[in-house]
Design a protein around this ligand. Structure first.
Ligand code: ADP
Ligand code: MG
Length: 614
């Protein structure tokens, strides 16, 4: 048999390669925008006809190209960005493969006009199906303009693969958004069919986001900032109450490069666990900065996937950073949360798993003081067991009406010195109950309203979670073991989950089919509680949420215990009980949300109040 292997002509090779890099008009948009950014432009125009097939044009004011480079840039593996293999490990530009222009030129007609700052005359190059049509001097501004016409005209299979114009347009917009978010320092204009639809001026990140997604995004986001030796995280993440059913605005960047990473998304989701419903998704705009040596962007031709050396560690840092931002967004970061900053530790060693940052725990804290104040604690000052001083977390509005008399202001502002203003000393009450449901208390910035049931749920949940995790003071022995009797199917479920129940601190025996005996309960669960009811509640919850249960078994049981035992709405509370709830609440990691993600407290600001009394 004769030799059969032949080298493919360049044009064919380029067409094949083009399929990998340019899958749809939006891929060409991405590559052209990235080239403009790499060229140092600070103003970029994107001009698109229909959904990009007839025309995609990108005009930048970057460094431009010389006459020779204007032709050379269309060759495969022609790049100015790396010279040797080792450069691959320190890439700071968006592009580096030298494939984009060659690919685009293989499947379209491309017209390039470019001029560098030190040339008087620019160069125009026209190339079609990878063949040079013409190269001429031309007049043009400094920078580069590239028009891509008739995209996919010679690749009918690819063309037929495209979705409706509407879908393709959306892809283009997404590419623009991804790039525009990463570079608020660059201004963009986006023209669709000769109409300017997006005018993005230079701004900061928050303004850029608001420009793209609406000005109401300003209130929906909280800043995220975390610095460790390995990675720096910055950006914004959405408040839980604005999470959406559809995965919407989720943007991850590594060294300003947009990436897709289910793994890192999972890290974010895990930070929102218990704060939003399982089928809701938060918005986020997160930037990771790390040394280029730490990552490998070479794993995917379109460069949206990435590999980290320390991905487990990065997962934990992302999760912790978001938790912290959410936990402190309307709280000054100087109090309980400052303890958590101490995780800029050494690099994780290979076989030592990275630990999430520690949460401060008060071992003496007993969440049941509220419900049943015991004689020995009742005499002490309220809130003795907690850090106290949480009012400082809600500092006064900066523009408190200054002309007000100090004595008038007293009713709005409470002294930061908590102990000195204990009710019995100056006769002023600090806690009021409304409709046996809400706790009202003045804070410097106005009035705080706490939902008593949800607050207590949060307190109990964190208490149980800590004990379960640490196994410390885990169970308390019952003086008299209690028997419970369950219906057939309930008993079945209990037997299935009995190990989880034990893990939460119960000691439980199966007596016979439907009868069980409990002789120890999680510490903190009051003995007077009806164990029959607690068990039934847990079983009911497992039954109703089978799928979710298997993902987070302990969480489910602990949440149910907290829910069952938290003070109900409608229960009158003494001032001391209210004070204890408030203090214990602010010793929690996540005081603003109940374990199922409901809002626990609201603040009516001083400004809002004075508006009402205008
Ligand atoms: P890569 O970006 O991976 O280097 P491309 O095919 O996208 O490969 O571009 C090839 C080369 O063409 C770039 O390395 C750059 O030198 C030059 N180039 C492309 N677009 C521009 C532009 N808008 N301004 C200046 N130079 C450009
Ligand atoms: Mg490029």
């Amino acid at each position: 048999m004769s030799d059969v292997i032949k080298l493919l002509p360049d044009a064919v090779a380029n067409q094949i390669a083009a399929g990998e890099v340019i899958q749809r008009p939006a891929s060409a948009v991405k590559e052209l925008l990235e080239n403009a950014i790499d060229a140092g432009a600070d103003n970029i125009q994107l001009i698109v006809k229909d959904a990009g097939k007839p025309l995609i044009q990108v005009v930048d004011n970057g460094m431009g190209m010389t006459q020779a480079d204007a032709v050379l840039c269309f060759n495969r593996h022609a790049t100015s960005k790396i010279e040797q293999a080792s450069d691959l490990f320190s890439i700071r530009t968006m592009g580096f493969r030298g494939e984009a222009l060659a690919s685009i030129a293989a499947i379209a007609r491309v017209e390039l006009k470019t001029r560098t700052a030190d040339q008087q005359i620019g160069t125009e190059v026209i190339i079609e199906s990878a063949k040079l049509n013409s190269q001429n001097p031309c007049n043009c501004p400094k920078g580069t303009g590239i028009s891509v016409k008739n995209l996919f005209f010679n690749t009918p299979a690819r063309r037929n693969f495209l979705k409706s114009d509407q879908v393709e347009k959306r892809h283009i917009l997404h590419e623009l958004q991804r790039i525009a978010i990463a570079r608020p320092d660059i201004s963009f204009q986006y023209y669709q069919n000769n109409q300017l639809t997006h005018q993005l001026n230079k701004s900061n990140l928050k303004q850029r986001i608001a420009n793209l997604f609406g000005s109401n995004y300003n209130q929906r986001l909280v800043p995220v900032n975390e610095n460790t030796q390995i990675v720096r995280i910055s950006g914004f993440t959405g408040k839980p109450e604005y999470a959406k059913k559809a995965r919407g605005e989720q943007f991850f960047y590594v060294n300003k490069r947009y990436i897709r990473s289910p793994y890192l998304n999972h890290a974010v989701d895990s930070a929102y666990k218990e704060l939003i419903p399982d089928d809701a998704h938060p918005s986020f705009f997160l930037f990771l900065e790390t040394a280029p040596e730490q990552i490998d962007v070479n794993v995917h031709p379109t460069k949206t996937e990435i590999k980290f050396q320390d991905d487990k560690y990065i997962y934990q840092i992302i999760k912790a950073a978001i938790r912290r931002s959410l936990g402190s967004y309307n709280i000054s970061p100087s109090l309980d949360f400052e303890q958590e900053t101490a995780f800029d530790t050494d690099r994780p060693v290979k076989d030592r798993p990275s630990k999430p940052p520690a949460i401060r725990i008060d071992p003496d804290y007993n969440p049941f003081e509220t419900d049943r104040p015991r004689k020995d604690t009742a005499s002490g000052p309220p809130g003795k067991t907690t850090p106290g001083h949480w009012e400082k977390m809600y500092p006064a509005d900066v523009d408190l009406p200054v002309q007000e008399e100090a004595s008038d202001r007293k009713q709005f502002v409470i002294s930061p010195d908590w102990e000195s203003r204990a009710p019995e000393e100056n006769g002023q009450r600090k806690f009021f109950q409304l409709h046996a449901t809400y706790i009202l208390t003045p804070v410097k910035s106005g009035m705080m309203i706490i939902d008593q049931h949800r607050a207590h749920e949060r307190i109990l949940f964190e208490h149980f979670s800590r004990n379960t995790a640490s196994k410390k003071n885990h169970s308390q022995q019952l003086l008299f073991p209690e028997q419970i009797n369950l219906a057939e199917n309930e008993a079945g479920i209990l037997k299935e989950i009995i190990e989880v129940i034990k893990g939460c601190g119960f000691s439980i025996k199966v007596l016979d089919n439907n009868n069980f005996e409990i002789d120890a309960i999680p510490s903190g669960l009051p003995e007077s509680q009806s164990l029959q009811q607690v068990m039934e509640g847990i079983i009911e919850n497992v039954h109703a949420n089978r799928d979710e249960f298997s993902q987070d078994m302990y969480g489910h049981v602990l949440r149910t215990m907290a829910k069952r035992m938290a003070v109900k709405r409608g229960k009158a509370l003494t001032e001391e009980e209210m004070s204890s709830i408030a203090n214990n609440l602010f010793a929690c990691e996540m005081p603003q949300y109940s374990p199922t993600g409901k809002i626990v407290l609201q603040i009516i600001s001083h400004r809002e109040l004075s508006e009402r009394f205008k």
